[in-house]
Every structure is written in structure tokens, then in C-alpha cells.
Write a new protein. Structure first.
Length: 300
């Protein structure tokens, strides 16, 4: 299927407080965000017209910007409303939503204190990251690229620059025939996939790496809340690569990936089973509830 370029589509994008035609939502080639990765973003999904965990995503967007040293010039309420308006304008009930904030073109150097902060929000139809056949389980390579030490990069922020590492890792994995890559951290501990957190079922318990150098994902926390509601024991800890062989099930959790079973990591094989199926089913029901019911059942 031919790819439709993102700069040549119909629709509208919310850009600095106004709805503009999709093709007119442009920035200058000398924008600071392009050259120095001074940008932050979010990935959100709308189900049945409602954006899942919208306020949590908006608050993380604002916090990410502050970690990078700038303030987005809109309140959480204004950003929430803009996200809803973009979804409504798109006519889509099932949609992916992408807010992004970046430094503009007033200065182009390492120091850019006088740049204007821009915010844009777009939405489009984007099914699960791994497609309709994800239930059979995806295959992960083990990446050579590692998540950095939190003193060398703003790892608590959903910063655009950090995703360069994920792109490199995923491209190498795809070249080998895998769907994605599992990334270790700078210590050699299991971290996450390129854009989703990872869970392991070991002896009936749910084990997941401690997010000390990568995002504590909103979907990750939602899945943990659902697991607690099903009386599953959750263990957040350091996980060494050699421990993965003791897992009976593995799955990924993220906005784009949703809950996706894993059938292979490197040379290790896994079979999606009861725990993965239960949590995937619970997640799919939760995302289609009204926002107030979602917060009551799975607070984060």
C-alpha cells in the first residue's frame, strides 16, 4: 500500500491556538527544534471519540517541556480542549493524537532562550502499531543501542531527541526481519522496546523493569492498575537479560502498541497465554469507557 506523505493530507491541525488547513501547518527549516531537538511530544489515542487518559498525557507534555527548560504557553485545560477539537474536526472516532511543542526560529545556536515556543496538535487514523495480526505475538531483536544514564539525557521527558536511539534500533531490527527491538540500559539491564514498556510473566507474577532511565508510561501504569484489580502481584525491579528465559509470557504496553503479546526476543521464544489475554481484554474494555469511569477504575 502506498504511503501518504504527512505533509500532503486533507484535514486540519491545531497550530498555536488556531485551526489551520493541514497542508499549511508548516515551520521554518531553521527552527531550533529541528536542529537541536528542543521539542517534546505526546502520543494519545481516541476510542469512540474520547481521548484515553487525556489529562495524564497533557500533564506529561507540560512536564516534559519544563525538563527541557521551557514553558508551553497554554494551560492543561486549553491543551485538553484543543486535543478534543482536533479529534472532532477530523470526523474520526478512532484516532491517534499527536501534540508537539518546540522552540522556534528566532535563534539558532545551542543557547536559544529567546525562541518562541510553538504547539501543534494533529490527529489521524492509525491502527495498532503492530497491525491486526499482533495477537500471534511480535518478534523483538535485542538492540545494540542502549538507553542512556539519566545524568546524560533528560530521560524523564518525552523528548523528541531521545527517539533517535529508538529509530536506529528499530531500523536495525526490521532489517533482520524482526518487528521491533528490546533495548537494554547503559548498565546492561532490560529497559523497554523502542516505544513501549515491557512486562514479563514469571511464576504467575508480573515483572517489569524499574523506569529509572526511561518513561514510566501511561499505558504501563494503566496495565499495572488493571493487574492489581485482578489480584496479580506486580514486581518492579532490575531485570537482567539472562532472566528473560524464565518468563512464560511477555507483552508490550504503550499508546501506539496498546497491549501487544511478544513471541520472540532474540533467540528466546514465548507463547501468549492467560495473563496476556486477560490484561489485553481488560485494557480494550477500559479504553472504551467514559473518561470518568476510566479514572475511577484505573487511576494512575
Amino acid at each position: 500500500m502506498a504511503l501518504v506523505p504527512f505533509d500532503d493530507r486533507d484535514g486540519q491541525i491545531w497550530y498555536d491556538g488556531h485551526m489551520v488547513p493541514w497542508r499549511d501547518a508548516k515551520l521554518h527549516v531553521l527552527s531550533h527544534g529541528l536542529h537541536y531537538a528542543s521539542g517534546v511530544f505526546e502520543g494519545e489515542r481516541a476510542y469512540g471519540g474520547n481521548i484515553f487518559k487525556l489529562r495524564a498525557h497533557t500533564e506529561r507534555l507540560l512536564a516534559s517541556a519544563r525538563i527541557l527548560g521551557f514553558e508551553i504557553p497554554y494551560s492543561a485545560e486549553q491543551i485538553d480542549e484543543a486535543c478534543r477539537a482536533v479529534v472532532a474536526a477530523s470526523g474520526l472516532s478512532e484516532a491517534y493524537v499527536r501534540p508537539i511543542a518546540w522552540r522556534g526560529a528566532e535563534q539558532l545556536s545551542v543557547s536559544a532562550q529567546q525562541t518562541k515556543i510553538h504547539l501543534a496538535i494533529a490527529t489521524w487514523a492509525w491502527p495498532n502499531l503492530f497491525g491486526d495480526d499482533r495477537m500471534k505475538g511480535v518478534r523483538l531483536d535485542v538492540a545494540k543501542w542502549k538507553r542512556p544514564h539519566p545524568e546524560t539525557a533528560p530521560t524523564a521527558s518525552k523528548a523528541a531527541g531521545l527517539y533517535m536511539i529508538g529509530t536506529l534500533a528499530k531500523h536495525e531490527a526490521e532489517a533482520k526481519g524482526f518487528n521491533d527491538a528490546l533495548m537494554l540500559d547503559w548498565r546492561g539491564h532490560v529497559a523497554e522496546a523502542t516505544g513501549a514498556n515491557v512486562f514479563f510473566v514469571m511464576d504467575g507474577e508480573l515483572h517489569t523493569p524499574t523506569p529509572d532511565c526511561f518513561l514510566d508510561g501511561i499505558t504501563r501504569r494503566t496495565v499495572m492498575s488493571l493487574a492489581r484489580g485482578q489480584q496479580m502481584k506486580i514486581v518492579q525491579r532490575t531485570i537482567l537479560p539472562e532472566e528473560m528465559r524464565h518468563a512464560s509470557e511477555v507483552f508490550l504496553a504503550g499508546t501506539a502498541a496498546e497491549v501487544t503479546p511478544v513471541r520472540q526476543i532474540g533467540e528466546l521464544s514465548f507463547t501468549p497465554a492467560r495473563v496476556t489475554e486477560a490484561l489485553l481484554g481488560s485494557y480494550e474494555k477500559l479504553v472504551r469507557m467514559e473518561p470518568a469511569a476510566v479514572e475511577a477504575l484505573a487511576p494512575i
